[in-house]
Design a protein around this ligand. Structure first.
Ligand code: SF4
Length: 428
């Protein structure tokens, strides 16, 4: 059958869609890029915010009309929302034919033949599942993800992930090495190691710094990155390995969430502001010019104006290169959803706007600070704005555009930064 996957949420879902594509292709099905050509429409969903779930339900409602002209068309839901809601989803939206949880994608080929055949198994959680022997089907041939671990043990009080993705388990080091080696030999020279809490990786005595050292030896690999790191697992050893391994890029995504100790405690984040600031000092001392990006949340239950301002002060002190700013969204079943002192929606919105405004100013200053410098751009594609321009990334994870054509794509270009916006370096 011809299938299409529409992916929502984080990079883990992007990687899982590649995994699911591979499973379906191995069973004889074919991916298509135009939904009009698809016989199977799969939504790979996110549960982190209520808004993300409502969006998917809206999309399914929009697409189910296709079944009246062609009753053979199947609509499926996979990912975190499938795991969280299970068959309730089919009650809410009867246009859905099948629902498969995050640990059961190997059942998908059978489910396409007969959605009822393994409906129960399709939602089981499997605390050992790491999808061994499945080589993801990658659309992007220049850069992409290699999953190193799945699940999370941290139970941040606002987060649904440990409930829908289960506990941490790491893939065997040799499987990761072989996947990274063959992918980079096939042209994927910029690889991001992926996990919900990547720096807590451990397999048979191998920890995350050991894994980075091992992968750094792959000749065909040019750049190595990783997301997402938890501040509690960012060891001194990991920082020195980042500094010592030439392929590990000068960038870290290190979610702060809030710049107030009391809030961090209520969030169950296991670190305080001083610890986080100490990590930033160590990173900047060991890796000059390192770009630091983060996730920040406003409107967590009980957040006062003073606590919110503490977060703004920490943002000003650290000056992140970029921050993903969110307003807190209650998730049924998490500890924080039962807290009584929820912050009113209009206050959350006002704080979010103030936070975004501050970060945009800092990001623009940071990007403009690059003007005049020479950067190495790994060119990934044509620029969206012009066919005479190409775009790619610097080692410190900034998007850069420069003049050029197809011959530049997939290669490294040295370029001088001549201008910048709060999201792009303009180079020549
Ligand atoms: S570390 Fe916290 S925020 Fe991240 S996935 Fe785990 S529980 Fe969620």
């Amino acid at each position: 059958m011809r299938f299409i996957i529409e992916t929502y949420g984080c990079q883990m879902n992007v990687a899982d869609s590649e995994l699911v594509s591979s499973i379906l292709i191995s069973a004889g099905h074919s991916p298509v890029t135009d939904i009009d050509d698809a016989q199977v429409i799969i939504f790979n969903t996110c549960s982190v915010r209520d808004h993300a779930e409502q969006r998917v339900l809206g999309r399914i409602a929009n697409e189910k009309h296709r079944k009246s002209s062609n009753p053979e068309i199947k609509i499926g839901v996979i990912g975190c929302m499938a795991q969280r809601m299970g068959k309730r989803l089919i009650e809410i939206e009867p246009g859905i034919d099948f629902v498969v949880g995050v640990d059961q994608y190997q059942h998908l080929p059978h489910i396409l033949e007969d959605a009822e055949s393994c409906a129960e198994d399709a939602l089981q959680m499997d605390k050992t599942q790491v999808y061994p022997n499945v080589m993801p089907f990658r659309q992007d041939k220049n850069c992409g993800f290699v999953t190193v671990m799945r699940g999370c043990n941290n139970f941040c009080s606002y987060c649904i992930v440990p409930y829908v993705r289960g506990r941490e388990r790491s893939r065997p080091v040799n499987d990761i090495y072989e996947e990274a080696k063959s992918a980079s030999e096939a042209g994927l020279h910029d690889i991001t190691l992926l996990g919900q809490n990547v720096n807590s990786y451990q397999f048979d005595g191998y920890r995350f710094p050991d894994l980075l050292r091992k992968l750094n030896n792959i000749e065909s690999l040019w750049r190595l990155r990783f997301v997402t790191s938890h501040p509690k697992d960012l060891s001194d050893e990991l920082i020195s390995v980042m500094a010592e391994c030439s392929k590990v890029c000068e960038h870290i995504h290190l979610p702060l969430q809030a710049g107030d100790d009391q809030l961090l405690k209520k969030m169950n984040r296991s670190y305080g502001v001083d610890h986080y600031l100490g990590l930033i000092d160590k990173l900047r001392a060991a890796i000059p010019g390192i770009a630091i990006t983060t996730d920040l949340m406003v409107g967590f239950p009980s957040e006062t104006e003073a606590q919110f301002e503490n977060t703004l002060r920490v943002m000003e002190a650290i000056r992140f290169d970029y921050a993903f700013c969110f307003k807190y969204s209650e998730r049924e079943g998490t500890a924080a959803a039962s807290y009584e002192d929820q912050v009113p929606e209009e206050v959350r919105l006002r704080r979010l706007q103030a936070m975004i405004c501050l970060q945009r100013k800092i990001t623009l200053e940071k990007f403009r600070g690059q003007i005049g410098k020479t950067v190495a751009v790994y060119v990934e594609n044509f620029s969206r704005r012009s066919d005479d321009m190409v775009s790619g990334k610097t080692r410190d994870f900034k998007i850069a555009v420069l003049s050029g054509g197809a011959d530049k794509i997939g290669g490294l270009s040295k370029a001088k930064v001549i201008d910048a916006t709060a999201g792009t370096l303009i180079c020549e």
